[in-house]
Design a protein around this ligand. Structure first.
Ligand code: C6P
Length: 423
C-alpha cells in the first residue's frame, strides 16, 4: 500500500481542465442536505447523479419534442426520431462502433439477457460450456443460467486471486476446454479490479468462444473502444454514465446481429407481417420492439456529450486519485479489511471494505447520519461474496464530482461507527 497522499486544496483541483467546484455546481442534487448534513454521495457504483445538461435535455424533450419515433410523418415525430437516432450515433462514437451495431435496451441487464437468449437459443446445445468469472454481477450470471437451463449448456467458473485479480491460469484452463461463450466483466463492481480485457478477449477468441463483456462499471470510468477490445458483445447502462435510468446499450458485432433471431417481437421490429409469416426489420430495429425509451435515449446522448466535454481519461484519473487518497486512510482504521487490488494501477474508483464488529448495514446507516451515502450488501455478486468469505461489504464508489473532503467525511463517519459500537 502506498503512503497517504497529501490533501490537495479543494479550489486547486481540476478534472479535464475544469475546476472541480464548477463541475460540482452543475449537479443540483449535490447541494441538498441529508439529515442536516451536506450530502457526500459515494454510491456512484449504484447510479451516478445527473448534471443540469442531462436534466434539461429530458425536460426539453417532454416540453418541446415529445412524439413517437420512426412513425409519424410530422415535425414532432421527426424531431423525436432525430434525437433518438442522434443519441445512437453519439453512443456509437463513444464506443468506436457503427450506429447499426448499437441496440438500445432498458439497462445492461436487459442487454445481457438479449445477447444470452438471442444468441444462445440457436447456438447452444447440451453440454456446451459457458465460462463466467467469480467476480460477475448477477446481471452477467443469471441470464446465462436461464439459457443454460433451456439448452442444456453448462456453466464453468474462473476464479480470482487473493488481491481480487482474475486467475489467468484458471481462465486459460477453462478456455482449453473449448467453451462456446466467455461472459466477463470489464471492471468489478465490488473489487474495482480493471481486467486486461483486450488480452482476455483475444485469448477467448483464439479458443473459439463467443465473447460478451459487461461494461457497466467501465464505460463511466475510462475510454472504451469496442473495436480495440474485439468482443462480440459489449453492454453498459445509461444511468451510470450520467444519463437517466431506463436506458442501456448492447453493442453487437454487425455479422452476429445480422445472423441472430430477435429476442422479443412486436411493432417496429418487422419488415412484413402476414397471417402466416413475419420477416424482420434490419438491425438495430430488429432488436428494439415497441416504443423505445426515447426521452431516456435523448438524456443518454446528453450524458455522452457531457462526459466527452471533460474526457473519460480525466474522469478515471480523478477517481483513481480519490481511491489512492482513500485507501491508506481507510487502512489505518482499526479492524478494517479492504478488498481488491492494493495499488491503483488496475483498479477503478471504488472501494469495498469490512469493518470488524459492525455490520455493513449499520455502517451505512451511521454514515447516512453524517450525510455520507454508501452502499452496503452483497452488491448483486453473491458468488464473489462467498469467495471473499463475507455475506456483505460496505462500498464507497467515486464519480467525477467527488472530493478528498468527502473521503475525509467517510473516514470520520467510520471512526464514529466504531465508537457507536463500543469498539
Ligand atoms: N451494479 C451496483 O451497485 P443495471 O441494473 O442493469 O443498470 O446494471 C446491472 C449491473 C451489471 N453489471 C455490473 C458490473 C454492475 O455493477 C451492475 C449494476 C449496481 O453495483 C447495482 S447492483
Amino acid at each position: 500500500m502506498s503512503p497517504a497522499a497529501p490533501t490537495p486544496a479543494p479550489s486547486a483541483v481540476t478534472v479535464g481542465g475544469r475546476a472541480l467546484e464548477s463541475i460540482r455546481a452543475e449537479f443540483p442534487i449535490l447541494h441538498r442536505e441529508v439529515k442536516g448534513q451536506p450530502l457526500s454521495y459515494l454510491d456512484n457504483g449504484a447510479t451516478v447523479q445527473k448534471p443540469e445538461a442531462v436534466i434539461q435535455t429530458v425536460d426539453e424533450y417532454y416540453r418541446l419534442h415529445n412524439a413517437n419515433v420512426h412513425r409519424g410523418i410530422h415535425t414532432l415525430s421527426e424531431e423525436a426520431t432525430n434525437l433518438y437516432e442522434g443519441s445512437r450515433a453519439k453512443v456509437a462514437g463513444l464506443l468506436g462502433a457503427h450506429p447499426r451495431e448499437i441496440i438500445f435496451t432498458k439497462n445492461v441487464t436487459s442487454a445481457i439477457n438479449l445477447a444470452a437468449q438471442g444468441w444462445g437459443a440457436d447456438n447452444l446445445k447440451p453440454g456446451d460450456r459457458i465460462v463466467l468469472t467469480e467476480m460477475e454481477h448477477h446481471a452477467n450470471i443469471v441470464p446465462w443460467h436461464l439459457i443454460a437451463k433451456r439448452t442444456g449448456a453448462v456453466i464453468e467458473w474462473v476464479g480470482i486471486d487473493d488481491e481480487g485479480r482474475l486467475d489467468r491460469e484458471s481462465l486459460t484452463a477453462a478456455l482449453s476446454r473449448e467453451p462456446r461463450v466467455l461472459a466477463i466483466t470489464h471492471v468489478s463492481n465490488v473489487l474495482g479490479t480493471i481486467l486486461p480485457i483486450s488480452e482476455i478477449v483475444a485469448e477467448a477468441k483464439a479458443a473459439g468462444a463467443l465473447t460478451l463483456v459487461d461494461g457497466a462499471q467501465a464505460v463511466p470510468k475510462m475510454p472504451v473502444n469496442v473495436a480495440e477490445i474485439g468482443a462480440d458483445f459489449y453492454g453498459f447502462t445509461g444511468h451510470k454514465l450520467y444519463g437517466p435510468t431506463g436506458i442501456g446499450v448492447l453493442y453487437g458485432r454487425r455479422e452476429i446481429l445480422d445472423e441472430m433471431e430477435p429476442f422479443e417481437g412486436g411493432g417496429s421490429m418487422i419488415n412484413k407481417v402476414s397471417k402466416d409469416e413475419v420477416t424482420w426489420a434490419s438491425v438495430p430495429a430488429k432488436f428494439e420492439p415497441g416504443t423505445p425509451p426515447i426521452a431516456q435515449a435523448a438524456g443518454l446522448g446528453a450524458g455522452v456529450d457531457w462526459v466527452n466535454g471533460i474526457g473519460l481519461e480525466a474522469i478515471g484519473a480523478h477517481e483513481r486519485e480519490l481511491t489512492a487518497y482513500a485507501l491508506p486512510r481507510l487502512e489505518e482504521i482499526p479492524g478494517m479489511t479492504l478488498f481488491g487490488p492494493s495499488d491503483t494501477t488496475d483498479r477503478a474508483g471504488l472501494i469495498s471494505f469490512d469493518l470488524e464488529g459492525v455490520h455493513p448495514h449499520d455502517v451505512s446507516e451511521i454514515l447516512d447520519r453524517h450525510g455520507v451515502a454508501v452502499r452496503a450488501g452483497h452488491h448483486c455478486a453473491q458468488p464473489l461474496m462467498k469467495r471473499l468469505g463475507v455475506a456483505a461489504t460496505t462500498r464507497a464508489s467515486f464519480a467525477v464530482y467527488n472530493t478528498t473532503e468527502e473521503v475525509d467525511r467517510l473516514v470520520e463517519g467510520l471512526h464514529d461507527a466504531r465508537r457507536v459500537f463500543g469498539l
